[in-house]
Design a protein around this ligand. Structure first.
Ligand SMILES: CC(C)(COP(=O)(O)OP(=O)(O)OC[C@H]1O[C@@H](n2cnc3c(N)ncnc32)[C@H](O)[C@@H]1OP(=O)(O)O)[C@@H](O)C(=O)NCCC(=O)NCCS
Length: 154
């Protein structure tokens, strides 16, 4: 990759491309219909990382904004672009979202949750690096991670 990738807000037009990436990367892929339904309820906010000249999506972060908390629905970077800081750049955009959500919550803390398969060691290491800690094992076998963002720390 010679050009610096660009970050754009996630839009409905990205669903098909993201669903194709999901199929490649996950055993439990999010399909375009499921994402469309969520997005139509306006609870999904996200960003895509793209190669500038082709605009092909090489990474994305999708978040579900809930009442007083945020859930990371998915964060993914295409295998050949990993370990170059793109996932971390997406996490920085999450900080902005937290700041916005804070306008609607009481106090100075916004919990952000992410559910990860125990076998995804790199994803778990990635979350730890970004300040998340394991809270518990969920009924579906995934580990629930949480970071409580303090507004002062952003
Ligand atoms: C998790 C994921 C998004 C990270 O994206 P990325 O762009 O490679 O991440 P970064 O380059 O920003 O890495 C940040 C940190 O994560 C950890 N990390 C990332 N890749 C790693 C690897 N291959 N081995 C060990 N640690 C790794 C490191 O702590 C790294 O910091 P460092 O480079 O200073 O050591 C990417 O690996 C991915 O898409 N995985 C598959 C999808 C997935 O499991 N998503 C999470 C479930 S929703």
């Amino acid at each position: 990759m010679t050009d610096t990738p660009i970050i754009l807000p996630f839009g409905m037009n990205d669903l098909v491309e993201i669903a194709a990436m999901e199929k490649m990367l996950f055993d439990d892929p999010l399909d375009a219909d499921r994402l469309m339904k969520k997005a139509a309820r306006s609870t999904i906010v996200g960003w895509t990382v793209r190669v500038p000249c082709t605009s092909v999506i090489i990474g994305y972060l999708l978040c579900d904004v809930r009442y007083k908390s945020i859930r990371i629905v998915r964060i993914a970077v295409a295998p050949k672009f990993r370990r170059r800081g793109l996932g971390s750049i997406l996490m920085r955009w999450l900080h902005g979202l937290v700041t916005m959500l804070w306008l609607y919550v009481d106090g100075f803390h916004v919990p952000v949750y992410a559910a990860v398969d125990p076998g995804r060691r790199i994803a778990r290491r990635f979350l730890k690096k970004h300040g998340f800690s394991r809270v518990r094992k969920m009924k579906n076998g995934k580990y629930l991670y949480r970071r409580i963002y303090e507004i002062a720390s952003i």
